[in-house]
Design a protein around this ligand. Structure first.
Ligand code: GDP
Ligand code: CA
Length: 304
């Protein structure tokens, strides 16, 4: 059994590649819920949904988020009404949020809903929200406090960030299923997700960082930064704005207490000695998953 700390797109790609190498039933993803929001009265869990859609083969590759073959009739009508249409929810995607919101109102947990949605779509990887409690990542920016999606979508992560806090996290607890997965899996993987806004909110849930720290030798992380840049999103920029180095070395410094092995891309091989001086083993391989062969090679390195 392996457990993968997961954000959205970067994690979804790695989980898909891992599913090609081992039985998906042996993979558990512990997923960030700091990006979750309530909009139009609906509870939306972007990272859980991104992973579910990708593993079901239903992801929209053109957009990079949402469902394939999407239509936008509801959003078009909402825009006519001058409603909150800046956060785009496709017609098919809306069914997911309607389903989840109804089940939550009946007393189900996010964990229950994630399991039910995976069953419907035949996804055999076990997707576990890190907590069933409400947590929310907020940004202190040059234009004031912004919620996650205000920062990410409305402002297209193009404002200067001074700090990030995860509201409610100190009072949250990991679910029993999450604790069991982290304690019982033979290996823990940190996906190539955004360290500051996808992985850190998971590590901040009380108890999670402590388990990884204690199991450091069994933890392998994949760098989301290649040649000093994120393949997508603001990871590089945020690292700089919050005082870290925007290279795989900066990511290694951020994770060094909770990982024993770090996988970096071939173009970053010259950083290996510096990372090893932090007491972390380094593996060098192709870390970009765009081509299926490369994704397979990376998955094998993670499992090796
Ligand atoms: P989000 O929640 O959808 O923004 O996604 P994540 O936090 O999971 O992923 C964003 C990160 O994934 C970015 O920092 C990217 O650099 C990284 N990423 C995306 N694709 C790849 C890939 O093929 N290889 C690696 N190493 N990182 C990737
Ligand atoms: Ca996300």
């Amino acid at each position: 059994m392996i457990t993968v700390l997961s954000g959205g797109v970067g994690a979804a790609r790695l989980l898909r590649a891992l599913s090609g190498e081992i039985d998906p039933g042996e993979i558990t993803a512990v997923v960030n819920v700091g990006d979750d929001l309530v909009l139009h009265g609906l509870t939306i869990c972007p990272d859980l949904d991104t992973i579910t859609y990708t593993l079901a083969g239903l992801n929209n590759d053109q957009l990079g988020w949402g469902l394939a073959g999407e239509t936008w009739r509801v959003m078009d009508e909402l825009a006519e009404l001058e409603g909150a249409s800046w956060f785009r929810l496709g017609d098919r995607d809306l069914a997911t949020h309607l389903y989840r919101s109804q089940r939550l109102s009946e007393g189900a947990t996010k964990t229950d809903v994630a399991r039910e949605l995976c069953q419907r779509w035949g996804v055999r990887v076990s997707l576990l929200p890190v907590t069933d409690d409400e947590i929310a990542t907020v940004f202190d920016t040059e234009i004031g406090a912004l919620s996650f999606q205000e920062y990410f979508v409305r402002h297209r992560h193009d404002v200067v960030v001074r700090g990030i806090t995860v509201q409610g996290v100190a009072e949250s607890s990991p679910t029993i299923e999450v604790l069991r997965a982290l304690e019982e899996s033979s290996r823990i993987v940190i996906a190539p997700s955004n360290p500051l806004i996808s992985i850190d909110p998971i590590l901040q849930v009380p108890g999670v960082r402590e388990i990884l720290h204690a199991r450091r030798d069994d933890v392998v992380a994949v760098s989301p930064l290649i040649n000093g840049a994120a393949l997508k999103g603001p990871a590089d920029r945020l690292l700089v704005e919050l005082g870290h180095e925007a290279t795989c070395v900066g990511v290694a410094d951020f994770y060094h207490e909770v990982m024993g092995t770090f996988i970096i891309d071939e173009v970053d091989a010259h950083h290996a000695a510096q990372i090893e001086s932090r007491g972390v083993n380094v593996r060098v391989t192709t870390a970009i998953m765009a081509a299926p062969d490369d994704a397979r090679r990376l998955a094998r390195a993670v499992l090796a």
